[in-house]
Write a new protein. Structure first.
Lengths: 233, 90
């Protein structure tokens, strides 16, 4: 039976249909758009919290959506092991809802950065990276203004030590250098996960990186994240 | 029998959310570096930006109003304690 994925739509989500489309093109996958105030997510095998500007990014990106009824249900489902993927604004929402630690602050460049990035896989044991190998370099684009991951020093060290940093911005050789860091994010962090590995947030947009024709390098690496998620579902 | 109802007044409580020192403040740094420090205000040594909320609250007194707003900021996560500090003034 096809795995069913819920893509949650908030007022202001704008990458929701792209995520639905990217998932529907994969074999053995169904994707439904689910309004944040509607039905339980318990009928689904995985949840995607998509990108955009939920509630206009008012107060702070993700802060208002974090208190929506959907997030309470998603938190419970995540505790039961359901794969939950937060993309860009979805990552901000997962952080603000307390499903992931730290903060996503304004880019150090004070600019909205929209470009393709290279990412090194630092953990291949999560629900979203199991079809990859550690050290592999992916190409997926970013598009955001508040993606500078921050956590107090001790917490950052703990994330690295416990293998909870999943993706880091890197150069083409897989080195997470300062020049490959597009936003001033701590330790080049682009994605983190929870201890169980079933909740991941990432700033890059995998749904925009699933068609080789739309990538300068012919990459469809974004699909690897969704395929991993379906396999784990 | 006389019933005394608590008298409530309206207070305005100020909430300021700012970045904690370690979390960086690129906007404040830019305002300082590219505007203020180039404009002759030599006694100004730094600028930090933040977000300001003015909250209208009904409460019996000023201190109760401040407490309600503090609790609201914590419960609704008006700030992210990982990166921000909060000032609540009634």
């Amino acid at each position: 039976m096809a795995a069913r994925v819920a893509v949650i739509r908030f007022p202001g989500s704008n990458c929701d249909m792209d995520a639905v489309q990217a998932i529907r093109t994969l074999k053995g996958a169904r994707a439904d758009l689910v309004w944040h105030e509607d039905k339980a997510v318990s009928d689904y095998d995985a949840v995607v919290v998509p990108g955009g500007f939920s509630f206009g990014d008012y107060l702070r990106a993700g802060a208002i959506a974090a208190k929506s009824p959907a997030m309470e249900r998603i938190r419970k489902a995540a505790d039961q092991g359901l794969p939950v993927l937060g993309i860009c604004n979805g990552f901000q929402i997962l952080i603000e809802a307390g499903l992931l630690p730290g903060a996503l602050l304004r880019n150090s460049t004070l600019r909205f950065v929209c470009r393709w990035t290279a990412l090194r896989v630092d953990s291949d044991s999560t629900s979203f990276t199991r079809r990859m190998r550690k050290g592999q370099v992916l190409h997926i684009p970013i598009a955001h203004n508040e993606g500078r991951y921050y956590a107090p020093k001790g917490d950052l060290a703990r994330l690295s030590r416990e293998g909870l940093v999943v993706l880091r911005y890197c150069d083409e050789d897989g080195v997470p250098s300062a020049s490959a860091n597009p936003t001033g994010t701590s330790d080049n962090i682009a994605a983190i996960c929870n201890r169980a590995g079933n909740v991941m947030g990432l700033m890059p947009h995998p749904e925009r990186g699933t068609e080789p024709l739309l990538s300068p390098s012919g990459s469809d690496d974004g699909a690897l994240i969704f395929r991993s998620m379906l396999e784990a579902a | 029998m006389e019933i005394s109802l608590p008298v409530k007044s309206t207070f305005r409580v100020k909430v300021v959310i700012s970045n904690r020192p370690g979390s960086g403040d690129p906007e404040g740094e830019t305002i300082y570096r590219d505007l203020v420090s180039k404009s002759g205000f030599r006694d100004v040594k730094g600028i930090r930006t933040g977000k300001f909320l003015s909250v209208e609250v009904e409460a019996p007194d000023r201190e109760s109003a401040r407490k309600v707003v503090s609790r609201m900021c914590d419960e609704l996560r008006i700030y992210n304690p990982a990166a921000h500090s909060l000032t609540v003034e009634a």
